[in-house]
Design a protein around this ligand. Structure first.
Ligand code: ADP
Ligand code: MG
Length: 700
C-alpha cells in the first residue's frame, strides 16, 4: 500500500539545501553521506558556489529543473523557514529540516517553529524535524543524516527523539551486524511525529518490527488509536525515557516536550499493544527476538541447561516475568529418562549435566520442544570439554526450525561464544550471556503473542441522561464553583451509576423529614465545596438513628464553622446507610492528562487509598475488556474475588461502573478530575457513596 511517507524513504531525486564542502560543517556531512550511498540523484543547492563535490549546484530550489521528491534543509536558522516555503512553492512534498534553533532554544525559536508549522500546513508538507539528525533508508541507500555511519540493511525500522542516540545506536548495531530498514531522527516533531511513522511502517511490508526511543508522545490518544491497529500486525517496541520526575524535567528542556504522567504512558502504551523496554539493550534484544522467532502459543517455558546454577537464575527470571515453567507430560519425562543419565534432573529446568555431548543436549532439546505443554524454550550452556558452542548452535538451529517454537540461547562464555552466536543469529535465534536476558526476550514474544490474540473491542456506549448531567455541572458553574462534592451525586445517577437514596437538606427539620423517608439509621455528611475530606473534620456521621438527626445536623454545621468560619455551606446530606461488612470500599476516578486526555482510575478505596496506593489507570474511553483488566491489575483483586471465605463481589457491576464513568468524562471535557471514593462493592452490586470533582466552566 502506498503511503504519504513512501517518497520520504524512497525518493528518486533529493536536493540538499545548504550543501557545501566546508570542513566540519553539517552541510558537508549530509552532502557527503548522500553522494556516498544514495541510489537516486542528489542535487546540491547553494547560492555561493558552482559545484559541491563535483556536482553542479543550483542557487535555490526554484532553479532546479525537473521534479524533486525530497528537500533536506541544512541552512542557517535565520533563512530555514524561507527555504522550506520555497520548497513548498516548488512543489516538493517532503522536507527534512536538519537545521536547529527552533522550539528547543526558547521563545524566539518557538515562534520560528510555529511559523515553520504554518508553512508546512500551507503547502501540505510531510516535514521531519526541525533539529533532526536526518533520515536514512537502506532500501534506497538514502542517507540524509549528518551522522558518521550508514546502517546495514535489515527489517527493523527505528525512530528516535534524540539525534545523538541515533548515531550511538547505528555505531553499536553496525558492530553487531544488526540491520535496519528505515531510521528517523524525529527532532522537534513540528509536523511529523511518532504516530505518522508507526502508521507508515505498519503498512510497509519490508518493516517487520518498529522501534522507538521516545521522550514524549505528542497526541497520546491519537497515538493509542493508530498504534492499536498497527500492533495487530506489526510489533512496536518503545523505550520511553523521562520516567522519573528528574528524567521528565530533563526531557522537557531537551526537545521542548512536556512529558505526560508516567501512569498515562504506561496505560496508553499497554492499551495500544506497544511493548515497552526498560533499557536500550532490552529494546534491541526484543527487536531481535521478534524479528527472528515465531510467536509462542502460550506462557509455558522449558529450560534445558548443562549447569545447575544458571538454570536456577533462569527459573528466577521466569518468576519475575509473565512466563511460567512448563510441567512436562509423562511421555516427555519418559523420553528424558531414556536419553539422560540417572543423575540428570528431568523436571524443569532440565539439567543434562556438565558431561553432556551435543547428542545428549540435542535429544533433550528435541524432547522439550516436542512437548505440547511447552510453548517456548531457553537453552543455557556453560563451556565444557565435551561440547563446542558451535556444534550446540547448529543443533539448536536445526531443532528449533523443526519445532516452530521460539527459542533463546545463553552461551555463558567469552571469545568461545563468538562463532556460535553468529550461527544462531544468522538463523534468527537470539543468543546472550545472561539467562535473564534470554527469559526476558521469550517473555516479550509471549507479550506480543497476547497482543496479537486480542480482539479489538470498541467501548460500549450506554444509554445515559446527558442533559441531566450537564445541568448538574452548569448549576455549579452558575454558582461560580469549580469544586463539587456530594451535591453533585445527580451527575452519577444521570450516567446510570448507582447511588444510595439521599438528599441535601438545609435545616435540622428537613434533615429529619429526609431521614424518615429512609428505612433504618442514616448517614449524615456536611456539604461544602471548601471541605475536601469530610471525615477529617468530623463531617461524616455514620449510623444516625432518627431521634439524633436533629442534633447531628447542628453538630455537623458547628464542626464545619469551627473548621473554616468562611466556608460555603450548602447544607447536610442525609443518606441511606449501607452495610459495609459484606462489601469492599473501592475508588473509581478520572483525571485529564495533557497528552492522553481523560484517564480512568480504579483501586482499593476508602481510607486506604493513599496508604496502599493500590490503583491502576487506563486511557478513556475504555472497552469492557480493558475495564475487566483493571480489576485484575490491583493487588487487592483477591479481596474482591472472595478471599477468606467472603462471598465474591459483583465484578460485572464494577466493570460497568468503570465504563459508565469513562463515558461521562469523555462526554464532558469540563470535568478535570473526579473521585468516587468509596464505590462500595458487594456481592449484590456497586454503589457510589461519595463524589468529588473539579470542573473547568470554560469547557462546558
Ligand atoms: P469523605 O471521603 O469526605 O471523608 P465519605 O462520604 O467518603 O466522606 O465518607 C467517609 C467514610 O464513611 C466512607 O469511606 C465510608 O466508610 C463511610 N460511609 C460514607 N457514607 C456511607 C454510607 N452511606 N453507608 C455506609 N458507610 C458510609
Ligand atoms: Mg470519600
Amino acid at each position: 500500500m502506498e503511503t504519504r511517507l513512501d517518497a520520504l524513504f524512497d525518493p528518486d531525486r533529493v536536493c540538499v539545501v545548504g550543501a557545501t564542502e566546508r570542513e566540519g560543517s553539517v552541510g558537508r556531512a549530509v552532502t557527503h553521506n548522500m553522494l556516498d550511498s544514495f541510489a537516486g540523484e542528489t542535487v546540491p543547492v547553494n547560492p555561493n558556489t558552482e559545484t559541491v563535490f563535483g556536482e553542479r549546484a543550483y542557487p535555490d530550489v526554484a532553479s532546479v529543473p525537473g521534479k524533486i521528491d525530497l528537500a533536506v534543509v541544512v541552512v542557517p536558522v535565520a533563512v530555514a523557514v524561507d527555504v522550506v516555503r520555497q520548497a513548498g512553492e516548488a512543489g516538493i512534498g517532503h522536507v527534512v529540516v536538519v537545521t536547529a534553533g527552533f522550539g528547543e532554544t526558547g521563545s524566539e525559536g518557538a515562534r520560528r517553529e510555529r511559523e515553520l508549522r504554518e508553512v508546512a500546513r500551507e503547502y501540505d508538507l510531510a516535514l521531519v524535524g526541525p533539529n533532526s539528525l536526518g533520515v536514512l533508508s537502506t532500501g534506497s541507500g538514502l542517507n540524509a543524516t549528518f551522522g558518521p555511519d550508514m546502517a546495514l540493511p535489515g527489517d527493523v525500522s527505528f525512530m528516535s527523539q534524540s539525534g545523538a542516540f541515533v548515531t550511538a545506536v547505528l555505531d553499536w548495531a553496525n558492530d553487531r551486524g544488526l540491520g535496519f530498514r528505515d531510521v528517523v531522527s524525529l527532532g522537534n516533531k513540528a509536523v511529523l511525529d511518532e504516530r505518522d511513522f508507526v502508521e507508515a511502517w505498519g503498512s510497509d511490508p519490508d518493516t517487520s518490527v518498529v522501534l522507538g526511543y521516545l521522550e514524549g508522545i505528542t497526541d497520546g490518544r491519537a497515538f493509542v488509536d493508530t498504534a492499536r491497529e498497527v500492533t495487530a500486525e506489526t510489533p512496536v517496541v518503545v523505550v520511553k525515557s523521562g520516567r522519573t520526575e528528574a528524567g521528565a524535567h530533563a526531557a522537557a528542556s531537551h526537545t521542548g516536550t512536556i512529558a505526560g504522567s508516567e501512569a498515562a504512558y504506561e496505560a496508553g502504551l499497554e492499551q495500544a499493544g506497544v511493548l515497552r523496554a526498560e533499557t536500550v539493550e532490552e529494546l534491541f534484544d526484543t527487536a531481535e527476538a521478534l524479528a527472528g522467532q515465531p510467536l509462542p502459543g502460550g506462557e509455558s517455558v522449558a529450560v534445558v541447561t548443562n549447569a545447575g546454577g544458571p538454570g536456577v537464575m533462569a527459573t528466577d527470571a521466569v518468576g519475575d516475568s509473565g512466563l511460567s515453567l512448563a510441567s512436562f507430560t509423562d511421555e516427555t519425562l519418559d523420553r528424558f529418562r531414556e536419553v539422560l543419565p540417572e543423575a540428570a534432573n528431568v523436571y524443569n529446568p532440565v539439567d543434562v549435566i556438565g558431561d553432556a555431548p551435543v547428542e545428549r543436549f540435542g535429544a533433550a532439546i528435541e524432547a522439550a520442544l516436542a512437548d505440547p505443554n511447552v510453548d517456548s524454550l531457553a537453552v543455557i550452556a556453560c563451556p565444557v570439554a565435551v561440547l563446542t558452542f558451535e556444534e550446540l548452535a547448529d543443533e539448536v538451529v536445526a531443532k528449533a526450525a523443526e519445532a516452530g517454537k521460539p527459542v533463546a540461547v545463553c552461551l555463558m562464555g567469552g571469545d568461545s561464544t563468538r562463532e556460535a552466536t553468529r550461527i544462531l543469529n544468522e538463523a534468527g535465534v537470539p543468543a546472550y550471556f545472561d539467562p535473564a536476558r534470554a527469559v526476558r526476550s521469550l517473555d516479550a514474544l509471549r507479550e506480543y503473542a497476547a497482543v496479537r490474540a486480542r480482539e479489538y473491542e470498541s467501548p460500549t456506549t450506554f444509554d445515559v441522561d446527558r442533559e441531566a448531567a450537564r445541568e448538574v455541572l452548569q448549576e455549579a458553574a452558575d454558582r461560580g464553583e469549580t469544586r463539587l462534592g456530594v451535591e453533585a451525586m445527580g451527575l452519577l445517577s444521570a450516567y446510570g451509576i448507582p447511588t444510595p437514596a439521599g438528599e441535601v437538606v438545609t435545616s435540622p427539620h428537613e434533615a429529619l423529614e429526609a431521614a424518615e423517608e429512609i428505612e433504618g439509621d442514616v448517614v449524615m455528611k456536611i456539604v461544602s465545596p471548601d471541605i475536601l475530606h469530610k471525615s477529617d473534620i468530623g463531617g461524616v456521621r455514620v449510623g444516625v438513628p432518627n431521634r439524633e438527626v436533629y442534633d447531628a445536623y447542628e453538630d455537623l454545621v458547628t464542626r464545619a464553622r469551627n473548621y473554616q468560619p468562611d466556608a460555603t455551606l450548602l447544607g447536610v446530606q442525609v443518606q441511606e446507610l449501607l452495610d459495609l461488612s459484606a462489601g469492599v470500599e473501592t475508588i473509581v476516578g478520572a483525571n485529564r492528562d495533557p497528552q492522553f486526555g481523560p484517564l480512568v482510575l480504579f483501586g482499593l478505596g476508602g481510607v486506604f487509598v493513599e496508604v496502599l496506593e493500590d490503583t491502576t489507570v487506563r486511557v478513556a474511553p475504555i472497552s469492557e475488556r480493558e475495564a475487566t483488566e483493571m480489576l485484575d491489575d490491583i493487588r487487592a483483586a483477591p479481596l474482591l474475588r472472595g478471599a477468606r471465605g467472603r462471598d465474591p463481589v459483583d465484578e460485572g457491576a464494577v466493570v460497568e461502573t468503570l465504563q459508565r464513568l469513562s463515558q461521562l468524562v469523555t462526554d464532558f471535557p469540563a470535568i478535570l478530575e473526579l473521585d468516587v471514593n468509596p464505590l462500595v462493592v458487594t456481592p449484590e452490586g456497586a454503589c457510589a457513596v461519595d463524589v468529588r470533582l473539579t470542573i473547568d466552566p470554560e469547557e462546558l
